[in-house]
Design a protein around this ligand. Structure first.
Ligand code: BGC
Ligand code: ZN
Length: 371
């Protein structure tokens, strides 16, 4: 079968033939890949900044954002049947008995660093025709979400971030998150940094949670991303035309910043305008770049005197996948056109070079492998 991967030792990105995998335990399933999303992480791996093949293999099959269809079911599988539409998670637990997170299916908080990640770290990914996975790492997606299900994984970034925001902000004496989801962020202002797929999907989740939501991104208006953001009831503001200080004056107390841009300069500029009791969540993974100046003393004073929390988040657990699937259903009902526009291109696998090594264009580009 066809597979796209990297050979780090030769600094090669290639489309090659790979053996079709078979089931090796009774709780595994074989999945026929339908769509695979391309993201910044894949492009980084193709620049050989990171990405590690499995032990004993010179190549790593790419791809960690996938949707597929069950075509073979192990004899002890209880939760899935043939034809089910499924989205796999990314990270697999480390082997160490003393890692409390991995032993509790919370490998997103692995303590040893010896976890693996499909398509990223020591386990092959999904940019291929078939893959095999244990039922514990798969999530069922309703058929009506077939066309957008490839967005589940990028949306899990926001879902896991939001879950932590509610946990951290329980430190505030008056803040017990409402049971009604649309009321949870009521009266609070959220700022999304960046209008890529993780930013736009995050903005949708924040709007559904009742936040007054702004997306602060570079390009001046008008542009398609700004139009999309404004169409879901969030407000797009360009950093080219509005400085962070002017922006802060316009929006009032900023309760939450959801960073989805992966650039330090703009992130730390916006951190300066985080509000009282605010929380700033980093999700971007910037490449190594020359150092920048930040006013560290003034930032430190601000964080302390304003009771601020700054957290980083990586990888998503199963509940984040379940929430992402549920939210995609809500987004599709509420904003069918805007949601469809997040996917800006569908390509055959043969276009992998241009998608992984060419100029980044559009919002989410997808490789369609099966139908
Ligand atoms: C993936 C995460 C992963 C991270 C770091 C991201 O693109 O969505 O699941 O943990 O890269 O490897
Ligand atoms: Zn990704």
């Amino acid at each position: 079968m066809k597979a796209v991967g990297v050979i780090p030792a030769k600094r090669e990105v290639a489309l090659f033939q790979h053996a079709i995998p078979g089931l090796s335990t009774p709780t595994e399933l074989k999945i026929r890949t339908l769509d695979v999303g391309i993201c910044g992480t894949d492009r980084e791996i193709c620049s050989f900044a990171y990405g590690t093949p499995p032990d004993g293999s010179e190549f790593l099959v790419l791809g960690h954002e996938a949707v597929g269809e069950v075509v073979e079911v192990g004899s002890s599988v209880t939760k899935f049947k043939m034809g089910d539409l499924v989205v796999p998670t990314v990270r697999r637990p480390c082997p160490h008995p003393h890692c409390p997170s991995c032993r509790d299916a919370r490998q997103d908080f692995c303590f040893t660093g010896d976890f693996t990640e499909r398509g990223i770290k020591m386990t092959h990914g999904y940019m291929t025709e078939y893959f095999v996975e244990d039922q514990s790492h798969l999530n069922i997606v309703p058929r009506e979400l077939r066309d957008v299900a490839v967005l589940v994984e990028p949306l899990t970034v926001a879902e896991k971030a939001l879950a932590q925001v509610w946990q951290v902000q329980q430190r505030l004496p008056w803040n017990s998150p409402s049971a009604v989801e649309s009321e949870r962020g009521k009266g609070k202002t959220a700022v999304v940094l960046g209008a890529g797929p993780v930013g736009i999907l995050g903005a949708m989740a924040l709007v559904v949670n009742g936040f007054k939501t702004y997306v602060y991104s570079r390009s001046a208006e008008p542009n398609p991303k700004a139009a999309l953001v404004n169409s879901i009831g969030a407000k797009y503001i360009s950093s080219e035309t509005t400085s962070p200080a002017e922006f802060a004056k316009m929006v009032g107390n900023i309760d939450l910043v959801y960073e989805a841009v992966g650039v330090a300069k703009i992130s730390f500029d916006v951190m300066k305008v985080l509000g009282l009791n605010g929380i700033f969540v980093f999700t971007g993974i910037p490449p190594h770049k020359p150092a920048i100046d930040i006013e560290a003393d003034s930032l430190m004073r601000q964080v302390v005197l304003m009771n601020q929390a700054i957290i980083g988040t990586v990888n998503a657990d199963r509940p984040a996948f379940e929430n992402a699937i549920r939210h995609l259903g809500i987004f599709k009902q509420r904003w069918p056109e805007a949601l469809a526009k997040v996917i800006t291109g569908r390509h055959p696998i043969e276009n992998y070079r241009e998608l992984l090594l060419g100029k980044a264009t559009g919002i989410k580009n997808v490789i369609t492998i099966g139908e």
